[in-house]
Design a protein around this ligand. Structure first.
Ligand code: DC
Length: 210
């Protein structure tokens, strides 16, 4: 099943909880764009050099270990990719067509490993359009910024909100809700309420509970 939507709509928290409840794998595709961004910055690459970024992406496939840690080029980048430095520039990398081709191919390989909850921006529409359950999460901008702040304690609230707005703009072309996705506005819902709603969709579509 797929969960798409903008930053701060609640995708990661909800996707992780659902994967644990259903016994599905959890795949965070945003972490993949973040990992490539981290590696490129680490190597001093020009982040808008599409050919170079594609080469780096091809040579360094991203993996998730059994504990859900993100690895690129053998390095565990789970924590490094959540830093504001990565937040600020990841959409410059994610909007490159060649990078997206490579990432989508890897995402399909990982999705083929078994039942999964996959979160991102274009998963239900482009990466796995045949998914049985598709959800598109949205929330008010203020609530989304507040959630991001809670995940980045100590960061200045205004700067985080501005970064988020800039990222929304840059991510817009990649934001492609699938026509058959169920939209859920999480502004006034708890994580448990969102998880319950999606679980009901899963039970409806997959009566075996699979
Ligand atoms: O969900 P996130 O904030 O971790 O995503 C990081 C960046 O990657 C974000 O700027 C959007 C981009 N992204 C994308 O373009 N397509 C995806 N499937 C997932 C993320």
């Amino acid at each position: 099943m797929t969960i798409d939507g903008p930053a701060g709509a609640g995708k990661s928290t909800v996707a992780r909880a659902l994967a644990a409840k259903l016994g599905f794998r959890y795949l965070d595709t945003g972490a993949m764009y973040r990992a490539l961004t981290w590696l490129a910055s680490e190597r001093g690459a020009e982040l808008e050099d599409e050919a170079l970024l594609a080469e780096l992406g091809r040579a360094n496939p991203i993996d998730f270990d059994s504990e859900g840690h993100t690895r690129i080029g053998g390095i565990d980048v789970t924590e490094a990719i959540r830093r504001p430095e990565v937040d600020r520039v990841v959409s410059l990398v994610a909007r490159q067509a060649e990078v997206r081709l490579i990432m989508r191919e890897r995402q399909r390989e990982l999705a083929a490993l078994g039942d999964s909850v996959i979160e991102g921006r274009d998963i239900g529409s482009v990466v796995v359009p045949g998914a049985e359950v598709k959800v598109y999460l949205v929330a008010d901008e203020g609530v989304r910024a507040g959630r991001r702040l809670a995940e980045r304690p100590g960061s200045p609230a205004k700067a985080l909100a501005a970064d988020m707005r800039r990222r929304d703009e840059r991510d817009a072309p990649q934001m492609q809700p699938a026509p058959d996705a169920v939209h859920i506005d999480t502004t006034d819902l708890s994580v448990e309420q969102v998880v319950e709603r999606i679980e009901a969709l899963v039970t409806e579509k997959l009566p075996s509970g699979r």
